[in-house]
Design a protein around this ligand. Sequence first.
Ligand code: HEC
Ligand code: HEC
Length: 358
Amino acid sequence: MRLYLASFLAAALVWGAGCGDDGDGGDIDAPAADAQPDAPTDAGMDGPFVQPTMLSETGLYSNIGTKTIASGVVEFAPRWQLWSDAAVKRRWIYLPPGSKINSTDMDYWSFPVGTKVWKEFVRGGARIETRLLQKIGDADDVASWYMVAFQWDAGETDATAVPGGVVDDQGVNDIPDRSKCRQCHQPSRNKAIILGFQALQLDYDAPANGLDLDYLVQNDWLTVEPTASGQAAYFPLPAETGTPVIEPALGYMHGNCSGCHNGDSDVLNTVPLELRLSVTELGTWAATDTYRTAVNVAASLGSQGTHVVKGMDVAQSAIHNRMTAVGGAQMPPIAREQVDTTALAAIDAWINSLPAPN
Ligand code: HEC
Ligand code: HEC
């Protein structure tokens, strides 16, 4: 108990200190729930939850010295990944034995208590941080998920929890504090809280028989299983003639923007933009929320272009301008300092393939 109180106080102090400029470009208000620290909750299958102070305590490795991943922990990669200033990332998931993911809502899965998901960041060949999302309570709310990043030591022997984040770690990397995690991993933004481990993001052929949607079906991870469509994918994307330009652009925005821009997000109160793909809206690209709310739709916040996306006119497309911006109007508003030029080229190719507005 004393341990918990100490780390609570430490975290509360850093939260207070973290309000100033932290050099991560534009900022948005943290959702109100951020004011509540995580309560330690009985984690059921794994015993009472204790906030880990070292990565080696979280169960990712059976031997952190040799970097041996523990049994039951499975690596995965979402098909459309979040741009993190060119960091190389790896991810792993652990489900408690015998438990399943509640997939009743195929777009927003609900994870069993005891689920742990990690994401490792490597820059210049060196491990710099590993992030943890751990389900410690029954609900799909903020108090039910413990979120923290661990900063690796120089020799990569272990990593220490940094609830207050680290600005310019090793000169280049901003490790987000816990309130920043919640600007993206937050049920008022995204019902599932988990952003990459979802049906559409896993509905592809993972390399080397790795974890993908088919693996989850074969290994009984889901309460409701999607039925095979007879095609390569469970949820086939609409076909495109010629060189595909739509899928790379809409997929990128699904991976990078939909955590905040979707039909259930509190960001809708500011801008009516929905960039999330749904398994139920894949009949045609034109039927997606992205087309409905972005293509040739007037921008609500005028200064970054006349339209959210203006067909054949990149310069008047707010999505292009906000992906080009660094600081100020940049999107995503946090967690990047560099422009993703490859993605920008894909977005521009898509914009230039669209008809101009009438
Ligand atoms: C700018 C938004 C953003 C911020 C801030 C952010 N994340 Fe994420 N995170 C994402 C997105 C999007 C994904 C899925 C795409 C990917 O992994 O490339 C993700 C994936 C993850 C994953 C893998 C599980 C999953 O959701 O797919 C973990 C673990 C994770 N983040 C932990 C954290 C922690 C801990 C913090 C704070 C220290 C944090 N993240 C901050 C957007 C964010
Ligand atoms: C962490 C949450 C978050 C993420 C992730 C995010 N946005 Fe936003 N976005 C916002 C908020 C909040 C606003 C309104 C305030 C503002 O303009 O900064 C906004 C506004 C916008 C607007 C203005 C729309 C209009 O009608 O004027 C565009 C365009 C936009 N975002 C595009 C994107 C794109 C493209 C991505 C991904 C590359 C993205 N956003 C990722 C939170 C986010």
